[in-house]
Ligand binder design. Structure first.
Ligand code: ATP
Ligand code: MG
Length: 336
């Protein structure tokens, strides 16, 4: 039994080491940033050849928000230089088709437009020194730029990159459990980061504040939504983390395994709880976007997927917790 316990203990240590290894090795590097910059220039050159109008490209998502890994895709947002440009859906689709043709002509690989989604996009891939970078370009996705900045601000809040490490690990865990891909009926990386921020805001000793409630509140309208959050307050002392990343991960699993999904909405914009009744939402999983308050990030979850996600939370918690307990047992036995 002792040997088995020691093996389990080694396993837990291994998992923790794997976690730090993963974060250290996969965290977006300077070399990767340079490659992404190169890709952006190639995209700009390609599009300029096709479109006469002035335009700009801005990166958003995990390459910018602090949760990026060297394997993350590259999310780019296209807009015309003249901000008052018409944004009708025909115009959006035509622009996306033009961009698709421009990328094909410039020999990007796997170029494909998806014009039926809420936000039309062009997917592409390109070879770089370290391998291949996949990405997509969306058109007038301005709220995504703001939620990227919000996540980045939260990311810089905790000491020793705790949030960034946890976020990267949770994204990886969700992908491994096959519950982290919105295009396959589960939840997006972005949704998991919202879950994580919500959880850290609600710890008995909160690790994160509610940035949308802090500071001198003013309304900043983008696409009809208020995108204000506090980004000028100094960091408070309570952002010091005493719990380890693995401990927080366990608590995260426990929190959502026991969450009142039947009545409550997961949200990060207010301290007070928010109910499904208040929102008029009936879906199984309700995760409110911090800015687009009509947007439920869990609206595409089927009952089957919901059960599968819950099972992943519960089972992972049991497995990780058992390993942790065993390690404690081994340690005390060894000390004895
Ligand atoms: P990954 O490392 O997995 O690529 P990511 O944060 O870039 O993580 P994506 O799914 O590529 O996640 O999404 C890119 C960005 O698009 C998000 O960071 C967010 O800004 C925005 N986004 C994604 N999904 C949604 C959504 N359902 N609603 C609003 N914004 C979203
Ligand atoms: Mg991405």
């Amino acid at each position: 039994d002792r040997i088995i316990c020691m093996l389990f203990g080694t396993c837990q240590t291994f998992l923790l080491e794997w976690l730090s290894f993963l974060v250290e090795n996969e965290k977006i590097s300077n070399a990767r940033h340079k490659e992404l910059h190169f890709v952006k220039t190639r995209l700009q050159d390609a599009i300029r050849k096709k479109l006469k109008n002035d335009f700009r490209l801005d990166a958003f998502g995990s390459s910018e928000n602090g949760f990026g890994s060297n394997k993350s895709d590259y999310d780019v947002f296209f807009r015309y230089g003249n901000d008052n440009y018409e944004r009708s859906s025909e115009m959006q689709i035509q622009t996306i088709i033009n961009i698709e043709q421009a990328l094909r002509a410039a020999r990007f690989s796997r170029v494909m437009s998806i014009t039926t989604a809420k936000v039309p996009i062009v997917k592409f891939a390109i070879r770089v020194e370290s391998g291949e970078i996949e990405g997509d370009i969306s058109y007038y996705n301005e709220l995504a730029l703001h939620n990227t900045q919000l996540l980045k601000r939260y990311c810089s809040w905790t000491k020793d990159e705790t949030l960034s490490k946890l976020g990267m690990f949770i994204k990886k865990w969700a992908k491994n459990c096959e519950i982290g891909d919105a295009s396959k009926g589960s939840l997006s990386s972005y949704a998991y980061i919202i879950l994580l921020i919500h959880f850290l805001q609600r710890l008995p000793d909160p690790l994160l504040p509610v940035l949308q409630e802090m500071g001198e509140k003013r309304t900043i309208q983008v696409d009809g939504w208020d995108v204000y959050f506090c980004d000028d307050e100094p960091m408070p002392s309570w952002s010091q983390c005493t719990l380890s990343v693995s401990e927080l991960f366990l608590q995260f699993l426990e929190y959502f395994a026991k969450f009142d999904w039947q009545n409550q909405v997961v949200q990060i914009r207010q301290t007070n709880k928010l109910t499904k009744i208040e929102k008029g939402w009936k879906k199984l999983m309700c995760i409110e976007d911090p800015f687009d308050l009509d947007h439920n990030l869990g609206s595409g979850i089927s009952p089957r997927m919901f059960a599968f996600i819950m099972k992943s939370f519960v089972t992972s918690r049991e497995v990780f917790f058992t390993l942790k307990e065993r390690e404690g047992f081994v340690r005390s036995n060894m000390a004895a």
